[in-house]
Design a protein around this ligand. Structure first.
Ligand code: KIV
Length: 325
């Protein structure tokens, strides 16, 4: 039996028009930014989107936010930025492979449709193509993700070719490469003068020729991002690199308004930090100042204390399990 999938992207490509045409072809009104298909996207699906539809991506580090972002994004990146965003490191350099695997698993469990790409952390791939393969294969096996990302242009081309030839889809990352922050001397925009452009365009050419399925361009000027996007056949995914790219990615916590410090280019689409603070303030006030119960149904908990063994939490699958804590 075949698996049926309404591929909105393909319908757009056929019609060359907007949502009205989608509705005309499918008979369904498809909201513009919500995905309706359920089959998991693969790396070649992302490559095929170049020139067809803008690629939407976010970072994600946990199952619940992955489940939400999955409805709107083409791919989710388990970025090593999680070291700074979630674990309080100053840079991404200290992030261990095990942490990437743990968060990668959570995101794969949460996302059903989007391609999940896991970042290879500093020190896990630079030494040689075979070291990179051993660690990348471990990430793929232990997380079930659909691809990995490595930083570096032409210096990583041989490794990219080696990995792709052995079954590992690779996303490249050029421009500002945060794992090199100690060499660059800070999180600085790249290609600021025109004489630096040729080298960065060459980086993009070489990673594309080596078989990368897409390339992240971080902190590059608009004309340079435009030049690279026109020069290569794989999609460019911009972060602080203008709308000239084929797709965009942001760190989810930055665009949600949750991160205390964000790069200057980040546009905030929410005030989640404020929402969390309001909720915690009201919980504390409720409990400390008003002496009220923090439970919606205090009777459920007191019932349990009376020896009633009925569960206080029903799992979505219908299985019954007592709530811990
Ligand atoms: O680690 C990360 O989140 C990234 C994105 C900034 C592209 O590499």
């Amino acid at each position: 039996m075949g698996v049926y999938r309404i591929d909105v992207t393909a319908i757009f490509a056929t019609c060359g028009e907007g949502a009205g045409d989608v509705a005309a072809v499918t008979g369904y009104a498809v909201p513009m930014s919500v995905h309706s298909s359920s089959k998991r996207l693969l790396a070649p699906d992302i490559t095929a989107m170049k020139g067809q539809a803008p690629i939407v991506a976010l970072t994600s580090y946990h199952a619940h936010t992955a489940a939400i972002a999955d409805r709107y994004c083409d791919f989710l990146l388990v970025g090593d930025s999680l070291g700074m965003v979630m674990h309080g490191f100053e840079t991404t350099v200290p992030v261990p492979l095990e942490l990437m695997i743990m968060h990668g698993r959570a995101v794969v469990r949460g996302a059903k449709r989007a391609l999940v790409v896991v970042d290879m952390p500093f020190g896990s791939y630079e030494e040689s193509p075979s070291v990179a393969f051993r660690n990348a294969a471990r990430v793929m096996k232990e997380t079930d993700c659909g691809g990995i990302k490595i930083e570096g242009g032409r210096r990583m081309a041989e490794t990219i070719r080696y990995l792709v030839e052995r079954g590992i889809p690779v996303m490249s990352h050029i421009g500002l490469t945060p794992q090199s922050v100690n060499v660059i001397g800070g999180f600085k925009a790249q290609g600021r003068t025109e004489k630096e452009w040729a080298a960065i365009v060459e980086d993009a050419r070489q990673v594309a020729d080596a078989g990368a399925f897409a390339v992240v361009l971080e902190a590059l000027t608009e004309p340079l991002a435009r030049r690279i996007t026109a020069a290569i056949k794989i999609p460019t995914i911009g972060i602080g690199a203008s709308t000239a790219c084929d797709g965009q990615i942001l760190v989810m916590e930055d665009m949600l308004g949750l991160s205390p410090r964000v790069p200057r280019f980040v546009k905030k689409f929410g005030k989640v930090g404020e929402v969390i603070e309001d909720a915690i303030k009201s919980y504390a006030r409720h409990h400390r100042d008003e002496g009220a119960s923090p439970h919606r149904r205090a009777d459920v908990v007191s019932r349990a204390y009376r020896g009633d063994r009925r569960p206080v939490l029903r799992l979505p699958s219908g299985r019954r399990q007592p709530r811990h804590g």
